[in-house]
Design a protein around this ligand. Structure first.
Ligand code: AOF
Ligand code: ZN
Length: 365
């Protein structure tokens, strides 16, 4: 790693500390360096809060930064939003150089931040650890560019591709370490989503346990609102973070009223011909109404199959246990193709041993 990369790497580590708290904003970290030594560092801590650059400057306790280089993983902003423009701040504090990883795709910024800093005579270097930085802000990028959430499928399966026995029992196929990593992922995404059958069979709480972090929104697809009220996700204390997506018809039923009175959110969605909620519209509405920029889909096989069929998967987090189940419920049970050249292709971007299991990260081709 070059010096530039080392300092930017530190900025990325700091940026990650904002996970779960800054959405729909990006994860941003900043490091201020003088004579190859870090004199201040900070990160964007919460939505609406100070930007990373300001946090780093305050942390250094300096007021004049001539001779200093600022490392920040996202282009400094040029707009006055909830906070003043960081590019103006950088200019007024007389930084000598700014090193950036990714450009900010937000149309309010989008190159203007860098241009403004350069026009003030400050040297700007871009593209340092850009790939890594783009990865940690993949939710933000999708949200800004598509106004729709980044979709991760989390699959815990056996070596032979089963997520449950034929009886439906699935607890537990993967081991403790994989479950802990799933909780880490839950703490980073805005929402987790399950289908009606999984909500009934597993009665999951969909909370963050075993790791630090806040609970995401809990979304359940229940087109006809038939789920019983005593499920954990409907009874929990933070049920104002439970969203049920149902058909427009069901959303005006008495059951919907009861659920709303209990504090649960109901999202009416148009249905496909088969009566199931339209996933495309649901995703856009979840972003528009709840500012959800990322969703981790946790099952079951029918839901996985529907997301695959509609080509709505951005990423798969596959936890595979070295167990063979035989004829059980396959992860994509309902998905069928007739030609091998129409097979869904993903790229493996990472793999790692997770206890006795393996974790594979795949992204859409
Ligand atoms: C930065 N540094 O640490 C972050 C940036 O509403 P505001 O004022 O918080 O602005 C949010 C936008 O600012 C966000 O959409 C993104 O374009 C940029 N985020 N920029 O210079 C930061 N978090
Ligand atoms: Zn800013």
């Amino acid at each position: 790693m070059t010096n530039y990369e080392q300092f930017m790497n530190r900025a990325l580590i700091l940026a990650m500390k904002g996970s779960g708290y800054v959405s729909p904003n990006p994860r941003v970290g900043a490091v201020i360096v003088e004579n190859d030594k870090i004199i201040g560092e900070g990160w964007h801590k919460m939505f609406g809060g100070k930007h990373a650059e300001i946090e780093a400057a305050e942390n250094s306790k300096r007021t004049d930064f001539s001779g200093c280089t600022l490392f920040v993983n996202l282009e400094p902003c040029s707009h006055v939003g909830k906070t003043p423009a960081c590019s103006d701040f950088i200019i007024s504090k007389k930084f000598s150089k700014v090193v950036v990883a990714s450009l900010d795709p937000n149309p309010l910024v989008n190159g203007k931040g860098i241009r403004r800093i350069q026009e003030a005579g400050i040297e700007v270097v871009t593209g340092v650890l850009e790939k890594e930085s783009n990865w940690i802000n993949r939710f933000f990028f999708k949200y800004i560019q598509k106004k729709s959430p980044y979709v991760i499928l989390k699959i815990a399966q056996s070596l032979d591709g089963n997520i449950a026995l034929s009886s439906g029992i699935s607890q537990w196929i993967t081991g403790e370490e994989s479950r802990k990593r799933s909780h880490q992922l839950r703490s980073e995404v805005d929402a987790v989503l399950v289908g009606k059958k999984t909500a009934l069979l597993d009665n999951p709480s969909l909370t963050v346990r075993d790791v630090n972090g806040r609970n995401p929104y809990k979304i359940v697809l229940d087109s006809y609102l038939t789920l019983p009220l005593d499920l954990k996700i409907l009874k929990c204390d933070d049920r104002d973070k439970t969203i049920i997506c149902c058909s427009v018809n069901a959303s005006t039923s008495r059951k919907a009223e009861i659920l709303k009175l209990a504090g649960i959110k109901i999202l009416p969605v148009e249905t496909y011909e088969n009566g199931k909620v339209t996933l495309e519209q649901m995703l856009v509405d979840l972003t528009e109404k709840f500012n959800i920029t990322s969703i981790m889909v946790e099952g079951g096989a029918e839901i996985f199959s529907s997301f695959l069929e509609r080509n709505l998967i951005d990423e798969i987090q596959l936890f595979m246990a070295p167990k063979i189940i035989g004829s059980g419920i396959q992860s994509f049970n309902n998905f069928k193709i007739n030609k091998l050249n129409s097979v869904a292709n993903f790229n493996i971007v990472d793999f790692d041993k997770s206890g006795d299991d393996i974790q594979i990260t795949l992204v859409r081709n």
